[in-house]
Design a protein around this ligand. Structure first.
Ligand code: C2O
Ligand code: CU
Length: 509
């Protein structure tokens, strides 16, 4: 029996027992809900923290209009997308290290939006989190984000208002900070995503997803039911734009996963070397592999060399659902004949490379540091009466999750343990952490990142320095999970957020 049928039967059975739960977002409603105690405290408002100044840096200005667009995914599929500047992904923002970036957001949608600069280390009030670092930008309103493009690498931007819906509908785009002297002539960005085109997106408020979770061991039971279409830069299958490269030529390819499902790309053997993950340069540790696993929210840069004169393909591991829709053809002079589908063969992934299989060039700590704050983060699933499935941190859902309380300068240790059945890509705003060990086993070559993919049964220990004052989210980047509670705050002593959840601005981080 196919999974959808099993799912439907389960749902029908559950209906029979009268446990159908209607979707009800925990953050909707019109009364302003205050943030956890502690965020609302004495001290300095985050709005009074120091911001950055252009000085004599080159200023790069952009305008992003959030608007609705009918987006063609391929010949037969189109969606009512929400976009930045009418395309998916949104307008690319390419700047050079050291630039001062100014982005004016104009909201032409009829719902409030924001922009979060994923992976950027910037002043707190530019972080784009409604209810925490700003009020959501209302229909017709504008908001200007400004920050220094400090650290070369691959980033992306996305709305942080009701993200489970808004990022799903296309409110995201690439942010690339180039090095002053580029290492590779050719440089391309590929944003991976998935959509529910031919079906209603399943809501996690029914328990089908959880039941399915127990049936499949890859931690993706829920996303596999929700989505039917995979895209690369907004296009699916044969509509994906080929990468043009001469035989022998090497390019820097930047991959971003904007979806909520993990992807696994397979390259021709020996053609690819990982350069960076989450904007941190990495070095090769152990043998090189030809597959890349990319978690939701994660960025991985590789150097890829086209070996052959003819067609090559970079594509999703054929063992994964709908893999056929995610293939990037690599062509020289555009002459290859691609009508022969057999040419677009992707090998089955052998060993799985991921962001944690390489050590970082530059560490935050050269040995395990003495810690000032220790936080045990248990990720679990549960039920919330009246609201359906809950994704919990330490048995609570946001905003009731215990915060990570720090003082400026603290060294913070977070031990993240996934006791549930689904994958949780945990992302920290405004900081990077050093991943020191997995399942209690220290890494020989630790890695510095801002997102760690914690699979069922896994435990990771990460360390970061509290060196960017403010109120910062630490959450699961499967935004469907974040929406149902898997969010907490790194709360600095002596500052508070003047914003709140809900309220007249409908702030919904
Ligand atoms: Cu892409 Cu809260 O982040
Ligand atoms: Cu999750």
């Amino acid at each position: 029996m196919n999974r959808k049928i099993i799912g439907s039967i389960l749902i029908a059975v559950l209906l029979g027992f009268g446990v159908w739960m209607f979707f009800q977002s925990p953050f909707s409603g019109s009364t302003q809900q205050s943030l956890p105690a502690g965020v609302q405290q004495d001290g300095v408002s985050i709005m009074d923290l120091e911001t950055q100044k252009a000085g004599n840096r080159p200023v790069k200005t952009f305008e992003l209009k959030a608007k609705e667009t009918i987006w063609k995914i391929n010949e037969s599929k189109e969606v009512e997308a929400w976009t930045y500047n009418g395309k998916v992904p949104g307008e690319p923002i390419h700047v050079t290290e050291g630039d001062y970036v100014k982005v004016r957001l104009k909201n032409q949608l009829d719902v409030p939006v924001t922009i979060h600069w994923h992976g950027m280390i910037l002043p707190n009030q530019m972080d784009g989190v409604p209810g925490l670092t700003q009020d959501a930008v209302q229909p017709g309103d504008t908001f200007t984000y400004e920050f220094i493009a400090n650290d070369a690498g691959t980033y992306w931007y996305h709305s942080h208002q009701h993200s489970s819906k808004q990022v799903d509908k296309g409110l995201y785009g690439p942010l690339v900070i180039e090095e002053k002297s580029k290492k590779f002539e050719k440089d391309k960005t590929f944003i991976l995503d998935e959509w529910a085109v031919n079906q209603e997106k399943q809501s996690l408020s029914n328990m089908g997803g959880m039941m399915m979770g127990s049936m499949s061991g890859d931690g993706e039971a829920d996303t596999k039911q929700m989505y039917d279409t995979l895209t690369v830069n907004g296009k699916s299958g044969s509509a994906i734009q080929p990468l043009e490269l001469e035989a022998g030529e090497t390019a820097r390819l930047r991959f971003v996963n904007a979806g909520y499902q993990r992807h696994r790309l397979v390259f021709p053997k020996g053609s690819m070397k990982v350069l960076a993950t989450d904007a941190e340069d990495v070095k090769q540790v152990g043998e090189s592999i030809n597959t890349l696993e990319i978690a939701p929210g994660e960025r991985i840069d590789v150097a890829y060399t086209k070996e052959k004169k003819g067609l090559e393909v970079i594509g999703e591991d054929p063992q994964l659902q709908n893999a056929d829709q995610m293939k990037i053809p690599v062509v020289s002079n555009g002459k290859e004949n691609m009508s022969d589908g057999n040419d677009l063969n992707v090998e089955t992934a052998s060993s799985i490379g991921s962001g944690t299989s390489k050590g970082s060039e530059q560490l935050l700590f050269d040995k395990v540091p003495e810690t000032d704050v220790s936080y045990q983060m248990d990720l679990s699933m549960g039920m919330n009466m009246g609201e359906g499935m809950a994704f919990q941190i330490n048995d609570k859902v946001f905003p009731d999750t215990p915060m990570i309380s720090v003082e400026e300068g603290d060294i913070v240790k977070v031990k993240i343990k996934n006791t549930g059945m689904l994958n949780h890509p945990m992302h920290l705003h405004g900081h990077r952490f050093q991943v020191q060990s997995r399942n209690g086993k220290p890494y020989d070559a630790p890695i510095v990142k801002d997102l760690i993919h914690v699979k069922p049964g896994e435990t990771y220990t990460v360390y970061f320095k509290a060196d960017n004052k403010g109120e910062w989210l630490f959450h699961c980047h499967d935004n469907n999970h974040a929406d149902r509670g898997m969010v907490t705050i790194v709360d600095y002593e002596g500052v508070y957020s003047p914003f709140g959840l809900g309220g007249e601005n409908s702030n919904q981080p």
